[in-house]
Design a protein around this ligand. Structure first.
Ligand SMILES: [Zn+2]
Ligand SMILES: [Zn+2]
Ligand SMILES: [Zn+2]
Ligand SMILES: [Zn+2]
Length: 588
C-alpha cells in the first residue's frame, strides 16, 4: 500500500449530484431509501435506462458503495442476503432470539430470528430466511481481485489521486459540527482505486461522500485508467451474473433461501414443477406466487445490474414481455370463462366448444397454461361476462376424443386479476396481475400480532381468564380425537392459532366422513385427494368439496393470507353446523 497522509493538499469537489440530507446522492446504488428509489432491474423502459448507467469517473464513489456493507461500512465479507432484499456481512447479523406466538409453519429454523438492523426495514426476520449469497459473494470477490490487481507492482500506475472524505454537514450545506479530523489521503491510480483503498482501510462510511483531485497527471489520463478498470471489472462481474435456468443476464434477480439467485420469472418456472433449487436440490421456501412485495428482489444485484448494464436489461425485459404476448394476440394469457378453480387443486374439464378446442390446442403447443374465470351469472350492462379474479391452470393430462372434443385434467398454479381483455378467434384473452399472499414472514407476524393482542385483551378484561390457545391444540379439536364435540368460536377466531384453525377444519371433515355425508364420497376423495392437514392447502381443498355457494367460494380468491382463508372456512363450518342443529330441532 503506497497511500500517504496528505491532508493539506487542496481538493476539488466531485461532480456527483448534490446529496440529500447528508446521505449519498440518489443513484443506482442508493440503498438508503432517500430520494427516488431505482427501478428494479427489468422494469425500466429503454429510454429511461440511460440515466442509471454508472460512469467510471463521475460515479467512482457509487461503484465502490455497491460492495460496501451498510452496517460496518467495510467491503462485504461473506454476504448474507436478508428476506427484505438487503445484504450485509455475516458477522454483521444481529444475535438471534426465539420468536413468539407462531404455530405455523413453526419449523425449528423458523422459530428463531432477529430484528433487521437496516433502518429501512426493521422487520423481524426468521434465521431460516437469511441466505449466504453465493452470487454476491463471487461478485464482491471478483471486484476485490480486479481492483487490488492495480495496487500490485506490475500494474501500478505512475500517478495518484488525492481523495478527501467530505464533511457530512458541508455536504448537506450546513456549517460543520464535526470535531473529528477529515480523512484525506493520496492513493495510487485513479478514482476507483482511491475510493476502494479508503473503504478497504475502513476510513469511508457507507453513506460518506468524497472529493478527488489528480496528482501528477491530467484529467484525461485519470479518466482513461478509471474507464479501463471499470470495463475490466464489468466484464469479469458479467460472467457471474448469468441465471442458471435461462442462461441470460439476471432479469429481476431473486435470491432463494439456499443462497442461489435466479430471475424472478425463472423462479416461477422452477416452482411450477417442483420446489427444489436446480443447483443444490434443497427446498426453496418461497411461495409459488412470489411477487415483488412478498419476496423483494436482491437489492445489491439489482443496483449492480442497473448500474453496469441498464441498457441490456431494459431490452431483455421488453423482449420477454413481447415474447409472452406474441402468442395471445398482444395479451398475457387465454381465458376459459366457465367455473371456479383453486391454486394447487385439480380441475377436470370436458372441452367441446370449437373456440375452446382451439384455445386448448394452442395452450398445448405453448406452455400448457390458460386462465380459468367464473362466468358472471347476470352481468350488468357494460360489465364483463366473467368475474375479475381467476386462477392460472396448467394442463397435466389430456385425452382427445375422436370428434375433436377433449377431456383434460389441469392443476391450479396461481391466482390473478384481469386488468384488460379482448377477443382472439372467439375466446377471451386478457392482461393479468398476479394476486399473491403476503410473505411467510408476514403471515407469521400476523398470527403473532393477533394472538398477542388477544392475550393482552384477556389480561385487561379479567386477569383470571386464561389467554388464547397457543400453538398446541386442545384434545377436543385435534384431528384424531372424538369428533362430535367440534364447536367453532366464530366470534373469537382471531385468538385461535393458525394450527388450531386448520385442526378445527380437519376434525370437521373427519366427522363428516364418519357420517358419510353426500358431498364427501370416495369418488370426491379420489378426485381431490385426502383432506390435507397443511394450513396452506386445506382451504383450497375444502372449497373444492364443501357445499357452499360459488359466491362464497369466490371470496377465497381475494384473500391475502392463509389465516384469512382458514377463518372463512371455519365460518362456513359454523353456519353448516348451526343449520343442522336448527333442522334437527324443527318440529316434524
Ligand atoms: Zn430486513
Ligand atoms: Zn458488515
Ligand atoms: Zn433466468
Ligand atoms: Zn440452491
Amino acid at each position: 500500500m503506497s497511500s500517504t497522509q496528505a491532508s493539506a493538499l487542496p481538493s476539488s469537489p466531485s461532480s456527483s449530484t448534490p446529496p440529500d440530507e447528508g446521505l449519498p446522492s440518489t443513484s443506482p446504488s442508493d440503498e438508503t431509501g432517500n430520494g427516488t428509489a431505482p427501478n428494479p432491474a427489468g422494469t425500466e423502459q429503454p429510454e429511461e435506462s440511460a440515466g442509471l448507467l454508472l460512469d467510471a469517473v463521475k460515479d467512482a464513489r457509487q461503484i465502490i458503495r455497491l460492495i460496501q456493507c451498510q452496517i460496518c461500512s467495510g467491503i462485504l465479507q461473506d454476504p448474507i442476503t436478508l428476506p427484505c432484499g438487503y445484504s450485509i456481512c455475516k458477522t454483521c447479523l444481529p444475535e438471534t432470539r426465539p420468536r413468539a406466538n407462531i404455530s405455523w409453519p413453526a419449523t425449528a429454523s423458523r422459530l428463531h430470528g432477529f430484528d433487521c438492523p437496516l433502518p429501512n426495514c426493521g422487520k423481524e426476520h426468521a434465521t431460516d430466511d437469511c441466505a449466504f449469497d453465493v452470487t454476491l459473494n463471487k461478485v464482491v470477490n471478483v471486484i476485490k481481485t480486479t481492483v487490488s490487481s492495480y495496487q500490485s507492482a506490475e500494474k501500478l500506475p505512475e500517478y495518484s489521486t488525492h481523495i478527501t472524505v467530505r464533511d457530512q454537514w458541508t455536504v448537506a450545506g450546513l456549517p460543520s459540527l464535526e470535531e473529528k479530523k477529515i480523512e484525506s489521503r493520496v492513493s495510487d491510480g485513479g478514482r476507483i482505486l482511491a475510493t476502494y483503498t479508503l473503504a478497504e482501510l475502513g476510513k469511508l462510511e457507507y453513506t460518506g461522500e468524497v472529493s478527488y483531485s489528480s496528482v501528477g497527471a491530467g484529467e484525461e489520463e485519470v479518466k482513461k485508467l478509471d474507464d479501463k478498470v471499470f470495463l475490466e471489472l464489468k466484464e469479469l462481474v458479467r460472467t457471474e451474473m448469468d441465471c442458471q435456468v435461462c442462461y441470460a443476464l439476471f432479469l429481476d434477480p431473486m435470491t432463494t433461501t439456499c443462497g442461489h439467485t435466479y430471475c424472478r420469472t425463472c423462479v416461477h418456472r422452477i416452482l411450477d414443477h417442483s420446489n427444489l433449487c436446480p443447483i443444490c436440490r434443497r427446498a426453496i421456501s418461497i411461495q409459488a406466487q412470489a411477487d415483488r412485495h412478498a419476496v423483494p428482489s436482491n437489492k445489491r444485484l439489482v443496483s449492480m445490474i442497473n448500474g453496469f448494464w441498464a441498457d441490456l436489461i431494459a431490452l431483455r425485459s421488453q423482449a420477454y414481455r413481447l415474447e409472452q404476448q406474441a402468442n395471445h394476440g398482444g395479451f398475457d394469457i387465454p381465458i376459459f370463462v366457465c367455473t371456479l378453480a383453486f391454486p394447487d387443486m385439480p380441475i377436470f374439464l370436458h372441452v367441446f366448444e370449437p373456440r375452446y378446442r382451439l384455445m386448448i390446442r394452442r395452450a398445448m403447443e405453448g406452455d400448457r397454461t390458460f386462465g380459468m374465470v367464473l362466468a358472471r351469472s347476470t352481468p350488468s350492462p357494460g360489465e364483463p361476462e366473467f368475474m375479475e379474479l381467476g386462477v392460472l391452470l396448467r394442463i397435466i393430462k389430456i385425452e382427445y376424443l375422436f370428434d375433436g372434443r377433449s377431456v383434460l385434467e389441469a392443476v391450479g398454479v396461481s391466482r390473478f386479476r384481469t386488468t384488460r381483455h379482448g377477443l382472439l378467434d372467439g375466446y377471451v384473452v386478457a392482461n393479468i396481475e398476479k394476486v399473491d399472499d403476503i410473505s411467510l414472514a408476514e403471515e407469521e407476524a400476523l398470527e403473532a400480532h393477533e394472538l398477542s393482542r388477544a392475550i393482552d385483551a384477556a389480561d385487561t378484561v379479567d386477569p383470571e381468564t386464561p389467554g388464547p390457545t397457543s400453538g398446541s391444540t386442545g384434545a377436543e379439536s385435534s384431528p384424531g380425537a372424538e369428533p362430535s364435540s367440534i364447536t367453532i368460536p366464530v366470534d373469537s377466531l382471531d385468538s385461535i392459532s393458525t394450527r388450531e384453525l386448520v385442526n378445527l377444519g380437519v376434525s370437521f371433515v373427519r366427522k363428516m366422513q364418519e357420517e358419510s355425508v353426500h358431498w364427501l364420497t370416495s369418488q370426491i376423495i379420489g378426485a381431490y385427494g385426502e383432506c390435507p392437514e397443511n394450513p396452506a392447502t386445506f382451504p383450497w381443498w375444502f372449497a373444492c368439496v364443501f357445499p357452499v355457494t360459488a359466491t362464497e367460494k369466490y371470496r377465497l380468491l381475494a384473500t391475502l393470507s392463509v389465516r384469512e382463508r382458514l377463518k372463512i372456512t371455519c365460518r362456513w363450518i359454523a353456519e353448516w353446523e348451526a343449520r343442522r342443529v336448527s333442522t334437527r330441532q324443527a318440529p316434524p
